[in-house]
Ligand binder design. Structure first.
Ligand SMILES: Cc1cc2nc3c(=O)[nH]c(=O)nc-3n(C[C@H](O)[C@H](O)[C@H](O)COP(=O)(O)OP(=O)(O)OC[C@H]3O[C@@H](n4cnc5c(N)ncnc54)[C@H](O)[C@@H]3O)c2cc1C
Length: 413
């Protein structure tokens, strides 16, 4: 069984290891001068390779991912790495990293394991197209015009598959960058560049509804008024807009022209915010509004909130209604999104081959036996925190086994 693994990135290396271990003759055809270059850049060079809490809902195609994870549960991906000899540790929010703190450790072990299993790396080989041969095997055409025949091909080319790579009946969705910083209307955040806050971001709250809800804030029936997608974590103000994990995650949902709302005090409920602001103001009647808010937020952010609330930053808070407005603005600090700040810096491309054409247990194309696609080349993306690499390993391992003709045997079975 001769298998071409096209692309030696995260999913390609995982696929090659599993296929070669299952006895196939595996060749990794990699366009770059070495395999796994992108892995070295992941997690700021530390490689956030998975997460202790992987849920299908954290991906854009939850039903497909759930089916895949039913066959290959997350614990088995972790076992794949520990059996490889990789020691990992867990950070906050379940993020899993190599204990060495170096992405190179992950890449070195993947390459070593692939080579130990007998897979061969062929770098500097760019594949232009794959086409079905009459006998059920596959012809792989390189961009130098040469063609080679394989029994199966696994396409692991990452987020923006080249046009014409697969047979024309395999639908491929236009890719667009996600998991990236957001370019915003920056008038309200001038002077805040470089400041980090822990926040909740949310979308699609009708501003009038929000205002109306806040006017009822003293009403004990008052509920959380946010609707639509929300993300949590660090927000870093930049001179072009916002960055940080919460902004990256929000880039998976927001479209240019929409307003992202920042809840700057995400762990307090509305009434707690009002009470804290008002009680502090009453206890310290000489303090200005900015001084009161600076006990809750970085002082430059506090000033931006007071200004956005339409209050004089240098005057004290005298009425409860002013505390209500400040609390409201600190929960719904709105920024209009202009787009992705720098598409080249995006961590993931949304789009690729539509999942409905593939068997989620094997990543095999339903219409073309012997043709497999995995990793980011499929239209699957997840949030920050190790989810995208986890998908690359899961889909790669499933495809590798299946292409080598071996059904996945879960240790849980
Ligand atoms: C800066 C950055 C940081 C990231 N950090 C994290 C993180 O910490 N955690 C996380 O979960 N995810 C992270 N990601 C996302 C993660 O790296 C990707 O989701 C993952 O690498 C996708 O794996 P893949 O195998 O599908 O594609 P890739 O890893 O992109 O590999 C594709 C490979 O195919 C090769 N190739 C492409 N076309 C051809 C062709 N025609 N012929 C031959 N070879 C070809 C490419 O050269 C490449 O080596 C990060 C991404 C970036 C950019």
């Amino acid at each position: 069984m001769r298998i071409a693994v096209i692309g030696g990135g995260a999913s390609g290396l995982a696929c090659a290891i599993e296929a070669a271990r299952a006895g196939a003759q595996v060749e990794i055809l990699e366009a770059a001068d070495r395999t796994g270059k992108k892995i070295l850049a992941t997690g700021n060079g530390r490689c956030n390779l998975s997460n202790a809490d992987i849920f299908a809902e954290d991906y854009n195609r939850p039903a497909f991912v759930q089916e895949a994870m039913n066959t290959l549960p997350p614990e088995e991906v972790q076992l794949f790495f520990s059996e490889m000899g990789l020691l990992c540790y867990q950070e906050e929010e379940g993020r899993i990293y190599p204990y060495s703190g170096k992405a190179a450790t992950v890449l070195d072990l993947l390459r070593l394991s692939a080579s130990e299993a007998g897979a061969v790396e062929r770098c500097g080989v760019r594949v232009a197209a794959v086409a079905a041969a009459k006998d059920g095997s596959w012809d792989v055409r390189m961009d130098d015009g040469s063609t080679e025949r394989f029994d199966a091909v696994v396409v692991c080319v990452g987020g923006n598959p080249p046009k014409g790579l697969l047979p024309s009946d395999v639908a491929c969705k236009q890719a667009r960058p996600v998991l990236a910083a957001l370019k915003c209307d920056t008038r309200a955040i001038k002077g805040l560049s470089g400041i980090r806050v822990r926040a909740r971001l949310y979308l699609d709250v009708d501003a009038q509804d929000l205002r109306d809800a806040w006017l009822d804030v003293a009403d004990p029936e008052h509920d959380d008024v946010s609707v639509g997608p929300e993300t949590r974590g660090e927000v870093l103000f930049r001179d072009y807009g916002i960055s940080g994990i919460a902004a990256f995650d929000m880039s998976r949902y927001v479209r240019p022209g929409q307003t992202v709302f920042i809840d700057l005090l995400p762990d307090m409920d509305p009434q707690e915010k009002v009470d804290f602001i008002y009680d502090t103001a009453m206890a310290h009647p000489d303090r200005t509004a900015v001084q009161v808010m600076s006990g809750m937020l970085p002082s430059r952010v506090a000033r931006a909130v007071v200004v956005a609330a339409g209050l004089n930053p240098d005057e004290p808070i005298i009425a409860e209604q002013e505390a209500v407005v400040l609390a409201m603005v600190s929960e719904s600090f709105g920024l209009e999104v202009k787009g992705i700040a720098d598409p080249k810096q995006a961590q993931v491309m949304r789009g690729g081959y539509a999942v409905k054409q593939f068997d989620p247990h094997t990543m095999e194309c339903i219409a073309h036996p012997g043709l497999y696609v995995c990793g980011e080349a499929l239209d699957v993306d997840g949030r920050c925190g190790g989810y995208n690499l986890h998908w690359a390993w899961t889909s790669g391992m499933l495809a590798g086994r299946a292409a080598a003709g071996i059904a996945w045997q879960s240790f849980a079975e």
